[in-house]
Design a protein around this ligand. Structure first.
Ligand code: CAA
Length: 257
């Protein structure tokens, strides 16, 4: 197991990845992002893993890209930055990701959290895109996913001032879906992941894909995608099982077929 990324599970269908660079507030250097993307490769290939939780420490989910590493790269270095491949890997992961955020989620840390499908945060969480303070700008989705999550006005304020928002504001703005006491954030995220892990895997996959399409497609195309996905599910054994179980007043046993 890599030292900077702790991996637990799968247990009850859930793997938990804990970012572990306390000396740098979990700053996402290339090695850590590479380990995360390799861990996602394994989780994707493993049928037992139905959902993934990504978390950090009580003090920091992640304080951004590793500034020391970034400072060593010139224009060509940034152009050829291997981190881009890792970000792409994270964004095409095909199972649900739940982020459990406490403390700082800044820059690349906020961007990583926004790669999650569901985000739970402790009351101490701070979300921000402070890149502007370094004379740069977000480069891993901070100007795109943030707008889609909180709207243009608040995203613009965060990106241009570099000032973070707290968990309460993040909840009001729609960046996160729940606030917890910090010591319960991970537990709650795992509970949500386990609930999802108990559902029919193909239905979860297509429902997730369909919800994600809402950001990419216009309404007519999105509705068409949804209808196709809904129709495909009619061919699964799990749909039959779900409907039978309801009528027989028992818990369904989904097999992923
Ligand atoms: N990269 C490298 N090291 C970092 C870091 C980062 N992003 N953030 C914090 N650290 C290090 C600090 O240098 C410090 O190390 P030393 O003890 O060796 O000095 C250690 O972590 C603890 O940090 P602080 O002493 O600064 O802790 P604090 O509680 O006083 O402040 C903080 C916390 C407000 C988060 C502050 O550390 C900070 O502002 N960090 C930088 C945040 C930032 O600008 N992130 C954006 C990076 S750019 C980016 O993310 C771009 C992208 O992905 C595309």
């Amino acid at each position: 197991m890599p030292e900077n990324l702790l991996i637990e599970g799968p247990k009850d269908g859930v793997r938990v990845f804990t970012l572990n660079r306390p000396e740098a507030l979990n700053a996402l250097n290339t090695e850590l992002l590479g380990n995360l993307s390799a861990a996602l490769d394994e989780a994707e290939a493993d049928a037992e893993t139905r959902a993934v939780v990504i978390t950090g420490s009580q003090k920091a989910f992640a304080a951004g890209a590793d500034i020391n590493e970034m400072a060593a790269r010139d224009l060509v270095g940034i152009l050829e930055d291997p981190r881009t491949t890792h970000w792409a890997r994270i964004s095409r992961f095909n199972k649900p990701i739940i982020a459990a955020v406490n403390g700082f989620a800044l820059g690349g840390g906020c961007e990583l959290a926004m790669h999650a499908d569901i985000m739970i945060a402790g009351t101490t969480a701070r979300f921000g895109q402070p890149e502007i303070n370094l004379g740069i700008m977000p480069g891993a989705g901070g100007t795109q996913r943030l707008v889609r999550a909180v709207g243009e006005r608040l995203a613009m304020q965060m990106v241009l001032t570099g000032e973070p928002i707290d968990a309460k504001r993040a909840l009001e703005a729609g960046l996160i879906s729940e606030i917890c006491q910090p010591e319960l954030t991970l537990e709650r995220a795992v509970q949500i992941a386990r609930t999802i892990a108990g559902k029919a895997p193909i239905a979860v996959r297509l429902a997730r894909e369909s919800v994600r399409k809402a950001n990419d497609l216009n309404l007519a195309d999105g509705l068409r995608f949804e209808r196709h996905a809904f129709t495909v599910l009619a061919g699964t054994a799990d749909r039959q099982e779900g409907l039978d179980a309801f009528r027989e007043k028992r818990k369904p046993h989904f097999t992923g077929r």
